[in-house]
Design a protein around this ligand. Sequence first.
Ligand SMILES: *Cc1c(COP(=O)(O)O)cnc(C)c1O
Length: 386
Amino acid sequence: MGRYAETEQQHTSSVYPKRDVTIVRGEGMWLWDDRGRRYLDCVGGHGVAALGHAHPAIAEAVAEQARRLITCPEVFYNDRRAELYAALSEVTPPGLDRFFLCNSGAEAVEAALKFARLSSGRREIVATMRGFHGRTMGALSATWNKRYREPFAPLVPGFSHVPFDNLVKMEEAVTEKTAAVLVEIVQGEGGVRSGSAAYFRGLRRLCDERGALLIVDEVQTGFGRTGRWFACQHHDIVPDLMTMAKAMAGGLPMGGVAIGPRVTGLWPGAHGTTFGGNPLACAAALATIGVMRTEDLPAQAAEKGTYLLERLRRIESPQVREVRGLGLMVGIELKGRVTPVLRKLMAHGVLALPAGATVLRLLPPLVISYDELDEVAEVIEMVLDK
Ligand SMILES: *Cc1c(COP(=O)(O)O)cnc(C)c1O
């Protein structure tokens, strides 16, 4: 173990499962460790680094803004924040043109849950099995995995979970007490599982009929990852509340909720956060969205994702059960545990993620080249061959 790892081990909270590598630098698709070894990064900071690492447009926007103004709470207006609101309203689905800005995915989910209760006057939230929405008490109450939930009970009352991609079960669960239905379009942590267009359109109709709000959690799928700006656009549905974070500000911590016209009753003082809408994160988000638009990264993610899925499906390995995904959100379901495979991949210079115990998940930067996609696929093929 190296000296930085030793120091971290001495002081860590111990809540993170650690990999034995010390990352010190990044550029584009690549990360370097403290011994000068380089890795193809398909973790991408858990889907944060959509533009890769050390992107000059983000670096310059952040440096420039840091010299001008870093902090400015939302009780004041601010030039960068106004520009970001305008930019966001151009890329989010139509009607979602008001925004609450915060600092993480879990905070975005918390805000959406509170807004749903406030707006509807109802208390209950229906979420889905295998759904993941974050680790704070409200978001955790919506998260399904018992391992994450049970040690922290009692959680927030009023939450229930129904099978994902099953409209009949959802119809049974949504009542006149339901404030909101909360779903991901592609379950990320839950194993890279997509719901069908019929399911999401049915959900939209059901929520309209029963007066519940539809919250779509796009924290992982948002900002081009799945081949559209937001994954709900694949199915032509517009949620009432849409949560965003991860890739939003190119690596700076930022989350947000996009708010539709059916959400009412939000009054000054009803919710807030100190760092929300700070000019530094806004500048980073603006730069990120700017690059995504000029390079049409959502379209690139769609093409590259199709290419990668086809390439991975050609791998003939007795270890593979299924290859699935949408855009550059890709999962390889294995017949055995994923951890040893992740370790071997790292030894061969590729960093990847788990999604549950048996799914290998890839969230590479959307700027990855076709040569780099080939290289990732070749290393995975070699490792799964052994
Ligand atoms: C990562 C994630 C979250 C939680 O975001 P944090 O920034 O880690 O709090 C919530 N929802 C989804 C779908 C996620 O992928």
